[in-house]
Design a protein around this ligand. Sequence first.
Ligand SMILES: OC[C@@H]1[C@@H](O)[C@H](O)[C@@H](O)c2nc(CNc3ccccc3)cn21
Length: 444
Amino acid sequence: MNGELRFPEGFLWGTATAAYQVEGAAQEDGRGPSIWDTFAKTPGKVLNGDTGDVACDHYHRYPEDVRLMKELGMQAYRFSIAWPRIFPEKGRYNPKGTDFYKRLVDTLHQHGILPVATIYHWDLPQWIQDEGGWANRRSVDYFVEYANTLFRELGDVVPLWITHNEPWCVSFLSHWLGQHAPGHRDLREALQVAHHVLLSHGRTVQAYREAGLSGRIGITLNLTVVDAASEDPADLRAAQISDGNANRWFLDPIFRGSYPADMVEIYTEQAGPFDFVHADDLDIIRRPIDFLGVNYYTRSVVRAGEDGMPKPVPPAGPVTDMGWEVHPESLYRLLTRLRREYTGLPLYITENGAAYPDRVVDGRVDDPERIAYLRDHFAAAHRFIQEGGNLQGYFVWSFMDNFEWAFGYSKRFGLVYVDYATQTRIPKASALWYRDVIAANGIR
Ligand SMILES: OC[C@@H]1[C@@H](O)[C@H](O)[C@@H](O)c2nc(CNc3ccccc3)cn21
């Protein structure tokens, strides 16, 4: 059909969630507290004082949710595993925690849906934070013990593993900007956290190889395209610095085995010597992975501030309910850059989606903006594939509305609407549209 964009045979279409955002059951079956339980209960940190105590009650309703994924044609489901369910206290393994994920994965298999497990999606056990959290190098060993436990218990039923979701958010957003748990504002600590998270990634890739499992392992990075507000050299340099922080600080160690020199110079000046980087750390971090997960939502535009550092410029074009510019062409630009400058490995869009102020009218949720957003981003991905790009799958964020971190339940990213008062799920028009895209393996 004219104008139809078909994706390669075997292209993987899925959706994604994360444990703290959907599970609820915060104290069930031995789950211990995470830093997000602590953060959400701290006055002023999360809008309306919302918490993940109940969320979407996915812990109990996953059979219904998986059935709905199947009805909507989903081929894969990216979920995260809650570390505080597996090791609720120091040195205590909780098999009941693992049992939940065994039930979830078994249900996914029964419905022919591929399980994709994210080992860490921000819910650090509070007992580790009490020892300094990711800023303490000992967190690396705790993570490897946790990951090895998952490989032992779930390694033969989960084919795709993601070590970390968005090290940038775990480090800079949470320890420098202070917007996410634990809410610190210390650049040196953020750099130590970034390093230890990357080191734990490399150690876990090594552990996965040693476990001799037949699946694949990678990492998910939130990446963007940074444009300068003008051709003024100061704005161009500001964009370079912003790109260094957002993208190159993680891409370079993983794919080149070194931190970007321009950023090392800036950060050393601002935060002191990198004495937390040990001799063979970068060789561990750069251990070959099987795929790269890319979370893309928007591009950014920056100008130089008084100090020459990047300052965001408000979007000129259409934005989502998060205030993020809708810029699908930057997804194409990003993927093309990754292929040109970093890797020919398989790429997966492990998150892409949009929040809009969805409303139920006569039992239905019409979300034309989300359909347009997804269509345009699918088209950008298709253009990359047509030019030879090795994109192998796409996970829409999110399967259902859920706890949107510091925004609580005020932002709806789901393909499925959640009425939190009744826990009723209502597939939005975008879910029905996505079902047709998957069935056709393409867009019209
Ligand atoms: O904000 C939507 C999702 C969020 O719900 C996911 O848990 C998380 O993986 C996620 N990452 C981004 C993009 N990165 C980001 C940048 C600044 C603030 C928050 C997230 C968006 N999202």
